[in-house]
Design a protein around this ligand. Structure first.
Ligand code: KIV
Length: 284
């Protein structure tokens, strides 16, 4: 098995072999991601929409995120485990942000945290880094800003907005993040940011010219029946496969075809005879 992926390993991949990142929210999904060769497993706050049935990521807090991060790290993956700091866990004060980031590491077993935002988050990024917790940045379409953005809209389409995102990327790089997620930005802008910063960029809806790609586990595997965003390519249809498998199970229950003799436990024959024949197995 290849060596454990660490923060310096990720950093050193700038401009090299593309980074493979996927979300996971529990132990089995982390094992699957790891077996498939993920470099980074993100315990994303997409937990809210993908697993917990909420409309937006604003609805999960530190408790749920740390709980699921711990489930992922119990898989002891080779991949780097990054915990996603949820809405309001780093917005109130720098002290709170450090304490919350620390819970991801101490209780969740995360090896780094991710947080959304550019220049305005620099004090928080610096404080979390000063606590020896590596930080991954995330700019562009940042889902925790859904209301401020007026919906899930591609960011940086106009030159001024694109320049602002470039400035955000530079500020994050200078502050010391080890990688930056670029979400929902035009491919040209992602390429410009990737060329401009010395840390790896990881794209989601950001085109090809980035240092790595990330998708949500359930999207890649077709493990839900919701609409897929334009940038998602499903590589399986596990939702349909699961419905078909459970339907087959239920049909076998209805018909009596399940369970078979091989799927049942048996008593020693003389005990069964005593029980079914009405005798007393304990009588000599
Ligand atoms: O929560 C999430 O899934 C993310 C992405 C970058 C995919 O933040």
């Amino acid at each position: 098995m290849a060596d454990k992926v660490t923060v310096p390993v990720v950093r050193a991949r700038k401009g090299g072999a593309r980074l493979k990142m996927v979300t996971a929210y529990d132990t089995p999904s982390a094992r699957i991601a790891d077996r498939a060769g993920a470099d980074i497993i993100l315990v994303g706050d997409s937990l809210a929409n993908v697993v917990l049935g909420f409309e937006t990521t604003l609805r999960v807090g530190v408790e749920e995120m740390v709980h699921h991060t711990a489930a992922v790290s119990r898989a002891r993956p080779r991949a780097l485990v990054v915990g996603d700091m949820p809405f309001l866990s780093y917005h109130v004060s720098v002290e709170e942000a450090v304490r919350h980031a620390g819970r991801f590491v101490r209780e969740g077993g995360a090896e780094a945290v991710k947080l959304e935002g550019g220049r305005k988050r620099i004090p928080v990024v610096e404080a979390v880094l000063a606590a020896e917790i590596p930080v991954m940045g995330h700019i562009g379409l940042t889902p925790q800003s859904v209301h401020a953005m007026g919906g899930y809209r591609v960011q940086g389409k106009q030159v001024d907005a694109a320049r602002a995102l470039l400035a955000d990327a530079h500020a994050l790089e200078e502050a010391g993040v080890f990688a930056i997620v670029l979400e929902g930005v035009p491919a040209e802008l992602a390429a410009a940011i990737t060329a401009a910063v010395a840390v790896p960029t990881i794209g989601i809806g950001a085109g090809k010219a980035v240092d790595g790609q990330v998708l949500v586990f359930h999207d890649v595997l077709g493990f839900h029946d919701q609409r897929l965003a334009k940038f998602v390519r499903p590589y399986a249809h596990l939702f349909d496969d699961a419905v078909a498998a459970l339907s087959a199970f239920f049909a076998d229950v209805e018909s009596g075809a399940f369970p078979s003799a091989e799927e049942s436990y048996t008593m020693p024959p003389e005990e069964a005879q005593a029980l079914l024949g009405g005798g007393d197995a304990s009588a000599g």
